[in-house]
Structure formats: structure tokens, C-alpha cells
Design a protein around this ligand. Structure first.
Ligand code: SF4
Length: 286
């Protein structure tokens, strides 16, 4: 039976993108190919918050994921990839993941809830384990699935084929699959040529709905987003584009959400909130 290293598994409201407001199970896989230490920092500088927490952890190890401090710069999901916290993410079998999922769903059934497979970067090696999980008999009534990805990981031929065959196979024929692509602009601290990979994202559109979501703090970020959109469109990408304010903590988010909404309106793009910040203070498990 397949196993997946799980950083978090919780039930909440989707705060971002196409399914904003929809009750959702979040399955946060461990591991990411990026660090995104530039978020919330002046251009060219990288956050050390996650590494500072790792130093604290070395002296007094945190026992649970929920005990870890939240950060205001860098990746707000740092514990889902930072090697120093990997002991807090257990390797779970598909059966164990499904059992836990059914326990946290209201009335222990999918109802209108949708599944968000997030990270870290959920399309790293775990692609090989998803068919086992998604074919589980107790997942039969699940209708909507979103992969929250940074858009750099190609689908393996096996996983792509698996997703394509859903269309012909009851009870999965009515399943809808979405790729929420949070492509990383230079403000993330990642390199353009490694982060903006239009041909990878175009491939997602072959098996589901894909949209782009850009985290914006400044006009410069917005100019980068426009440049990226031109590249994606040139490659044939047809999906929607969202602008989303930077800010894993409320003080930062509240500084620029209105400005980003105005930019989206003026430019005919979609605005994505981060409902988890004002609603739940972006705490772990929300
Ligand atoms: S891609 Fe996402 S999970 Fe990975 S480091 Fe960047 S923000 Fe964090």
C-alpha cells in the first residue's frame, strides 16, 4: 500500500482561489523544491525566520506541528519542507489517511466538501501514491479535488494517464480536478527560469482546469506577473489569472489586500483573497 509523508491533515474553509469559501479537507504533503525566502522581504533579501526557528528547535525540540511559530516573512508553510521539522510529518498509508479524513468530515461523509492536496509541493514524488489514495472505496463520493502546486512539476506519464481515464470510469467520471498554480515571481526569491515554466502548466490543462495565482506586494510584482502571463499565454495557457495579496499574517495582508484588489479590477484579472488570514489568523490547521 502507498504511503505519503503528511505534514498536516485538517478540515477548514478554502481561503484562496476558485474554491474560496468551500469547506475542504486539506492534505498537506511534506517536501518542496523551493524555499520562497523572499516573501515579505525587500527585493534581493531573504528571510531567515524559518532557519532561526530551526535553531530554536535544535535547542528545545518542538513536539507538535501546532507548536511551531508562525512567520511573517518567507514561506508560511516552512514546516512542510524544512528538513529540521520532517520528524513532525508522519509517513501514513492511504488507509490511515482515508480513516483520518472520514473522521474529520462532518457526519463522516464527503457531502459538499472538496479535497485540497497541497504542500510543500504536492506534485513531487507523491504522484505515484495518489491513485491508491483516490481509488479508496471511501473516497468514491469525493467530487472535487484541487492540487495546489507551484507549477514546476511535470505530471508523470502514469499519473497523467490515471487522471485522463477518470472521464470513462464510474464513479469517477463526474470528478472535477483543478490545478491551482501559485507560480513564483521574483519576489519569492526563486529564479524566474526555474519558477515560470509555462509548458508544465499547459500540460495540467490536458487533464483538468488550471488557473494561475500570483502573490503580489508591489507594482514591481505586478509588472512581473504581467510578464509571466504573456509567457504562459504564448505557450497556449487558457485558464484564469488571479492576483492575491502577500501576507501570511494579518498585519501584512491588511496592508495590501485592497491595493491588489484594485489592481485586479483595473486590469481585468481575478482577485483571490486569503480568507484564512482574517478568519483564522493563518494558524496551523486552518
Ligand atoms: S512553493 Fe509554496 S510551499 Fe514551497 S517554499 Fe514556496 S511558498 Fe512554500
Amino acid at each position: 500500500m502507498s504511503k505519503i509523508k503528511i505534514a498536516e491533515l485538517f478540515y477548514s474553509i478554502q481561503g484562496e482561489g476558485r474554491y474560496m469559501g468551500v469547506p475542504s479537507v486539506f492534505l498537506r504533503t511534506f517536501g518542496c523544491n523551493f524555499r520562497c525566502a523572499g516573501f515579505g522581504m525587500p527585493r534581493g533579501e531573504l528571510s531567515k525566520e524559518a532557519d532561526d526557528i530551526a535553531v530554536m528547535n535544535a535547542m528545545h525540540p518542538f513536539q507538535k506541528y501546532e507548536e511551531l511559530p508562525l512567520v511573517s516573512t518567507g514561506c508560511d508553510s516552512y514546516a512542510s519542507w524544512h528538513p529540521d521539522f520532517k520528524n513532525l510529518s508522519p509517513m501514513l498509508t492511504s488507509d490511515a489517511i482515508v480513516e483520518r479524513t472520514m473522521e474529520i468530515l462532518p457526519n463522516n461523509e464527503w457531502g459538499t466538501a472538496h479535497l485540497v492536496i497541497t504542500g510543500g509541493e504536492p506534485l513531487l514524488g507523491w504522484q505515484r501514491a495518489y491513485p491508491d489514495l483516490l481509488n479508496h472505496p471511501k473516497m468514491g463520493k469525493l467530487k472535487e479535488i484541487t492540487f495546489e502546486t507551484n507549477g514546476t512539476q511535470k505530471l508523470t506519464p502514469e499519473f497523467k494517464q490515471y487522471l485522463k481515464q477518470w472521464a470513462q470510469n464510474p464513479p469517477f467520471a463526474s470528478r472535477e480536478i483543478t490545478f491551482s498554480v501559485s507560480a513564483k515571481l521574483p519576489c519569492s526569491g526563486e529564479k524566474w527560469e526555474e519558477a515560470i515554466l509555462p509548458e508544465v502548466v499547459c500540460e495540467y490543462e490536458e487533464v483538468g482546469t488550471a488557473y494561475l495565482k500570483f502573490v503580489i506586494a508591489t507594482e514591481e510584482d505586478f509588472e512581473d506577473a504581467k510578464r509571466a502571463v504573456i509567457e504562459y499565454r504564448k505557450a497556449g495557457f487558457t485558464g484564469h489569472v488571479y492576483l492575491m495579496p502577500v501576507g501570511g499574517v494579518e498585519s501584512v495582508y491588511a496592508l495590501n489586500n485592497r491595493r491588489v484588489a484594485d489592481l485586479a479590477m483595473k486590469n481585468g484579472l481575478r482577485y483571490s483573497d486569503r480568507l484564512q488570514v482574517p478568519l483564522f489568523k493563518n494558524e496551523w490547521g486552518t
